[in-house]
Design a protein around this ligand. Structure first.
Ligand SMILES: [Fe+2]
Length: 282
């Protein structure tokens, strides 16, 4: 990048439904308010934004993320960057190990959205790739606005009444202090309304959603897993193949995502992650 940014970024759709490549924006330099507004509008429209060839210090990554909102604390403190604690360091080489010695690669367990156990879960997740494996390690994004739009009217109306009860528990081991700090469950609508444009989207984290409010845990799990199977179709997914220097912004109000564990962790996959404050889902 040449250190300048145009006021109106150029957008090229990445698929028929999901994602846009943003050109003409250097995230390492200050972003004009008008450009920031355009990027927020583009995020609400396209759900995922991709910026290529960025070179960001941690400080500049936080400033770039701030275009979309104030960075918020991530609840797994073991992954926080000590000097910049609102940056999460996702490093395959430093992954914690399961009892059988295999690494726990963050974000690979299933389709999900981040930090749903918070009363105000993050509006967006910003990922910055520093190093990537020679093959594999993509991240997929599924457009939950499109998923909702494809449901039958009957299903739309029955899902519209449901709420999920979310807790910190997931496949990632949490430190006791984090567990205590984030012990309170959060209840969210299964169908949420986008605060910027009023569109509806399915919203759930199948692992953190301990249950559907009013249903037993086992029935809830089965229900959410069946729902997930039903809604994820290739037409609503953008699968991102990482290059170093990529910044991807995901609108968590309208997308699920999943990292793919199909690579050699020893090769080194290093992403920096920032999440930014969001609203109470409604
Ligand atoms: Fe995630």
């Amino acid at each position: 990048m040449d250190g300048t940014s145009t006021a109106t970024p150029a957008l090229t759709p990445l698929t028929g439904t999901t994602g846009a490549l943003v050109e003409g924006v250097d995230l390492s330099s200050p972003i004009k308010p008008q450009t920031g507004q355009s990027l927020n509008e583009a995020l609400a429209t396209h759900v995922v934004l991709l910026f290529r060839n960025q070179a960001l210090t941690p400080d500049r990554l936080l400033k770039a993320a701030s275009i979309f909102g104030p960075p918020m604390e991530q609840h797994y403190s073991q992954y926080r960057m000590p000097e910049f604690p609102t940056i999460g360091v996702l490093s395959s080489r430093d992954a914690e190990l399961r009892p059988d010695g295999t690494p726990i690669l963050l974000g690979t367990e299933s389709w999900h959205t981040d930090h749903t156990n918070h009363a105000r879960p993050p509006k967006a997740t910003i990922l910055y790739a520093l190093s990537v494996p020679s093959r594999g390690g993509d991240t997929s994004f599924a457009n939950m606005r499109e998923a909702y739009a494809r449901l039958s009217n009957d299903l739309k109306s029955s899902l519209g009444y449901l709420r999920t009860v979310n807790t910190l528990d997931s496949h990632v081991p949490a430190r006791n202090a984090d567990r205590k700090k984030y012990a309170a469950p959060a209840i969210h609508p299964l169908v949420r309304t986008h605060p910027d444009n009023g569109t509806k989207a399915l919203y759930f984290h199948p692992t953190k959603a301990k249950r559907i409010d009013g249903l037993p845990t086992t029935d809830s799990r089965e229900f959410l897993e069946r729902l997930l199977d039903q809604i994820i179709e290739p037409e609503i997914v953008y699968r991102h193949h990482w290059q170093p220097g990529d910044v991807v912004v995901c609108d968590n109000r309208a997308a699920l995502h999943q990292a793919h564990a199909d690579y050699d962790p020893a090769e080194g996959r290093l992403l920096h992650r920032v999440i930014v404050e969001g609203d109470v889902p409604f």
